[in-house]
Ligand binder design. Structure first.
Ligand SMILES: [Zn+2]
Ligand SMILES: [Zn+2]
Length: 350
């Protein structure tokens, strides 16, 4: 049996004919297996969805109760037989509930890792290495320039700036699902225990994280605060809000942005980010290379980002590799913020 007999890449996601399902399809299908709740992977409108309990909850939260026909829960490590294939979900270390999906048939194992990082994150289960024959990897930061470094060091930069400008507000742009909660948890880990403020667009997902036992400390909503209340505080907001009139409610704000893209100085400057924080929920170049090697897979399928560079790296190491030209991934979690002054997002919400 060849890998293509188990999973076939299509422009709208990989498809398993044996099991009658797609993984992270970008168009509505009969049965979808979803790696995680970011909107580029988890779309509404499928006939049936199989995912971890957290991914199902987050999809329900974002799309409403009717986001799919039926749901089925997959717990980490539990194997489920679908037609002629056996599927098992394993932690991907990307965001709460994120999973790699192992698909096995006739002794061949393919792992579709979705988005992943091999770095400790207090807000989700750690990445689990699954030995496999074919590894499907993302390539968001698959260029040698991307080395994310130490997230605690980045949080220390934020806290130093807050100490330096005690009369100003600090605004941290971060994606609403995963990154924002991780940044809050990292700020708490660094010992900061004053209330942290939230843009209204982050309220529900952050509340969900807290309800799952992730310690985020005291959180307050910006909309309930006056301008003077916000002096000397830190607020998490969607990246698009950084360029919004919404920022006028803050006293002399310092804008920060937490993203793997902040490694590129020109990008931070262009987005007028005063305080770039290199914090990513994706593996960096080193992490991708280390993970690919450690799976022992002889064949690598690359999706989602800098595919050519990673395919080239694999080939130079004697691995079989090919890009999957799936359209529509990479739209949510590491997307660039809108240019200054352009956005209106969330203004009404908070
Ligand atoms: Zn993602
Ligand atoms: Zn993604």
């Amino acid at each position: 049996m060849r890998p293509d007999d188990i999973l076939v890449p299509t422009p709208s996601g990989v498809c398993c004919k044996l099991g009658g399902f797609h993984i992270d399809p970008t168009r509505p299908v009969e049965r979808a297996l979803i790696t995680h709740a970011h909107s580029d992977h988890a779309r509404a409108g499928h006939g049936a969805v199989l995912a971890t309990p957290e991914t199902l909850d987050l999809m329900r939260l974002r799309y409403g109760d009717n986001f799919t026909g039926t749901t089925q829960t997959a717990h980490y490590g539990e194997s489920i037989d679908l037609g002629g294939a056996r599927v098992t979900f394993h932690p991907a270390g990307h965001v709460l509930g994120s999973a790699q999906i192992a698909v096995e048939a006739n002794g061949l194992r393919i792992v579709a890792s979705g988005d992943y990082k091999n770095v400790v994150d207090p807000t989700c289960a750690p990445f689990e290495l699954i030995p496999c024959d074919v590894f499907i990897t993302e390539a968001t930061f698959a260029l040698p320039v991307f080395r994310h470094g130490d997230p605690d060091g980045e949080i220390a930069k934020l806290l130093r700036s807050m100490a330096l400008f005690p009369e100003r507000a600090h605004l941290v742009g971060a994606y609403s699902l995963g990154k924002a909660q991780r940044v809050i948890a990292l700020i708490r880990k660094a010992g900061y225990d004053s209330p942290i403020y939230l843009h209204g667009a982050m309220e529900r997902v952050t509340g969900y994280y807290a309800s799952r036992g992730i310690a985020l400390g005291e959180l307050r909503l910006v909309r309930a605060a006056s301008k003077s209340d916000l002096a000397g505080t830190v607020t998490l907001c969607p990246p698009s809000a950084l360029g919004d009139v919404w920022t006028r409610r803050f006293p002399d704000p310092v804008t920060a942005f937490a993203s793997g893209w902040m490694r590129v100085r020109a990008r931070a400057r262009q987005q007028r980010v005063a305080l770039p924080l290199v914090i990513s929920d994706h593996a960096d170049w080193t992490g991708l290379a280390a993970t690919i090697s450690a799976t022992g897979a002889g064949e690598i399928w690359v999706t989602h980002g800098q595919e050519d560079a990673l395919v080239h790296w694999c080939v130079t190491r004697g691995l079989k590799a090919r890009p999957l030209d799936i359209v529509g991934y990479g739209d949510e979690d590491e997307e660039a913020p809108s240019p200054q002054g352009g956005g209106q997002s969330g203004e009404a919400e908070s």
